[in-house]
Design a protein around this ligand. Structure first.
Ligand SMILES: [Zn+2]
Length: 171
């Protein structure tokens, strides 16, 4: 009689042990999925990864088709930063409507934009002073605004950060 009772207890204990293993396995799976979300740090996150079209303009100094960019008619308050490195380049307060097919600014954030004589010998190329990303060209003497300057910038070279954005952190 006693022997039968001991056997029954042992079977009961081993069944319980089995049922406790299941939740443990589920926890392990969840942990694996969380660690799969890799957040790049350090050098690899210095520059944003560009799409082929972004690379054509920003790296190979191409020009986006006029009247196709995201920001030509954007009148919201905020800051335009470099698509590649995130450096603040232009303020919305310096943006004006030149109706030329691309976003136009009559001033840059001091020190943010580099001017380089264009290989075509006539125009002046503008680049992000921080990373050298191609932005567009700057023209003077056209009389659009009192500053007499027009930065003609490809939308695709920029990211707009609205002033009311909580993630922007720019003034
Ligand atoms: Zn840049």
């Amino acid at each position: 009689m006693n022997y039968k009772l001991i056997t029954a207890v042992l079977v009961a204990v081993s069944l319980q042990a089995c049922s406790q293993q299941k939740p443990h396995n589920i926890n392990q799976t969840t942990t694996k999925m969380d660690s799969a979300k890799h957040v790049p740090t350090g050098k690899e996150s210095k520059y944003r990864k560009l799409t082929p079209e972004e690379e054509r303009v920003i790296v190979d100094k191409g020009t986006e088709a006029p009247f196709t960019g995201a920001y030509e008619n954007n009148t919201r308050k905020g800051t335009y930063v470099c698509k590649r490195c995130g450096a603040p380049l232009y303020r919305s307060s310096d943006k004006f409507n030149a109706n030329c097919g691309w976003p136009a600014f009559d001033d840059e954030i001091p020190g943010a934009v580099k001017r380089i004589p264009d290989p075509d010998g006539m125009r002046t190329e503008i680049e992000c002073a921080n990373c050298g990303a191609h932005l567009g060209h700057v023209f003077t003497g056209e009389g659009f605004t009192s500053k007499n300057t027009r930065h003609c910038v490809n939308s695709i070279s920029l990211i707009f950060i609205p002033a009311d954005s909580t993630t922007g952190g720019t003034k």
